[in-house]
Design a binder for this molecule. Sequence first.
Ligand code: HAM
Length: 404
Amino acid sequence: MIQALRGMKDILSPDNERFEFIIETASRIAKRYGYQYIETPLLEETALFKRSVGESSDIVGKEMYQFIDKGGHDVCLRPEGTAGVVRAFIQNKLDKKGGINRFFYYGPMFRYERPQKGRLREFHQFGCESFGETSVYEDFTIILMIKDIFDALGIGYRIKINSLGCPECMPGYRENLIKHLQDIQDGLCEDCQRRIETNPIRVLDCKVEACQNLLKESPVIVENLCEECDSDFNKLIEMLKSHNLPFELDSKLVRGLDYYTRTAFEFVSDEIGAQSAIAGGGRYNRLVEFLDGKPTPAVGFALGIERIIELVKMPEAKRDGLYLGIMEPEAINTILKLAHIQRQNQKVYTEYNKKSLKAHLKAADRLGVKKCAIIGEDELKAGEIWVKDLETKEEKRIAINQFN
Ligand code: HAM
């Protein structure tokens, strides 16, 4: 039997309802914050991710579904959504028009990671990207929007926050960090030793305990920020405090994608095990320019749908819709016509093969409908239909032309 690929899965009941609820809720809230829907291709040129997410990141270095297509182009399945949205923003000349542009999107992302609980090779994100606003108030507003989304979904969280500086303050910090890392190099894991050269900042969030012990004395980014980055970071902290958001400073939060400047954050849940990040994002003021667009400040986030599916508190399911069944083959046309009329206003299930009323009622109950209506032999002769309200349990027989 052919099975789905490792790390990829089908989304069936009850997860499919949760999945839809998450998308609907997040989209509704994003629209309230002025975001409009954008759809970008799943397949992009590999160079897009190399230049944005970064050649030295794990995502680009190890995890891309990359191949040469029939035309000889080097392409890959998107490992994340930001790069594609930025490409679309530039390609459609929105960078030249100026002003503020805010987009939301959802869909599958692909990373060839080692699958485990909460870590898939095909997973789904809901994300938002805001272009054109330099102010840190936009960063805060995005965090507030994520709070609204998680509150509406009934999900608890903690926020981790850090600043990754800017081209003015980061080079100096990087130099200090490299010096420190070289001093402790021998005790670091192989990956970290390699990263001292390729991506020293990433050493900070190594998961190996021995590395973390050695990193306790490493220079802290937020203590080395330039005046502007420092002022923005402090403003952000003040806003988080004044809105009573549950946040903690995390000087080791550097994120796995290279495009961030200044604000970086993650929402984590304590209820889902090791893969606890349920959303992540931050500011990326240089990415548009890096991808050959007009310099445009930007900030965004994405949340992982599979990670939050089991945390969602669904609204109590209400009985909804109509079940139409026949026990008499000759009633087929009547029931098909009735179903077509009723489908203009509500959800209708039809069932043609059940022989007993009991079997019909059982099926209707399982489908969660409000009303079950059946035409049997007697009803057909009388031009009537038997109706049961599954909420009130009321039963009656009425003329078919009076059914509504
Ligand atoms: P990210 O932190 O790589 O950021 O991913 C965002 C979220 O996607 C994570 O917090 C997690 O919930 C989910 N996620 C990531 N990898 C997996 C996986 N293998 N299996 C299941 N869920 C996963 C980004 O992708 C950035 N594009 C976010 C962003 C938007 N930054 C600015 N704008």
